[in-house]
Design a protein around this ligand. Structure first.
Ligand SMILES: [Zn+2]
Length: 90
């Protein structure tokens, strides 16, 4: 009984459609590369300084949102120059 069932299942598997030949590496790689392309994120320009920023987010450059100052940004260049001058004095 059990052997008969297995034989019948094997015959059904043989009847199932199978690919005629192996796909080439080029075809495989093309398929994979098509799915791996990254989308470019939406970016808008800051109205204050013109730096590219994410929409509906505070500008990372100047801290402005919708033309108003929201976050006061520290000037990194000024701090670096001060530290360099201190090192030069010593
Ligand atoms: Zn800005």
């Amino acid at each position: 009984m059990l052997n008969n069932k297995i034989i019948i299942e094997l015959e059904e598997i043989r009847k199932m459609p199978n690919p005629k030949r192996k796909h080439t590496p080029h075809r495989r790689d093309c398929r994979r590369s098509a799915n791996s392309k990254l989308d470019v994120p939406n970016a808008s320009k800051c109205l204050n300084c013109g730096v590219a920023k994410m929409p509906h987010k505070i500008c990372p450059g100047c801290g402005f949102y919708n033309g108003k100052l929201v976050v006061v940004k520290k000037a990194k260049k000024v701090e670096q120059e001060q530290t360099q001058q201190e090192v030069g004095k010593e």
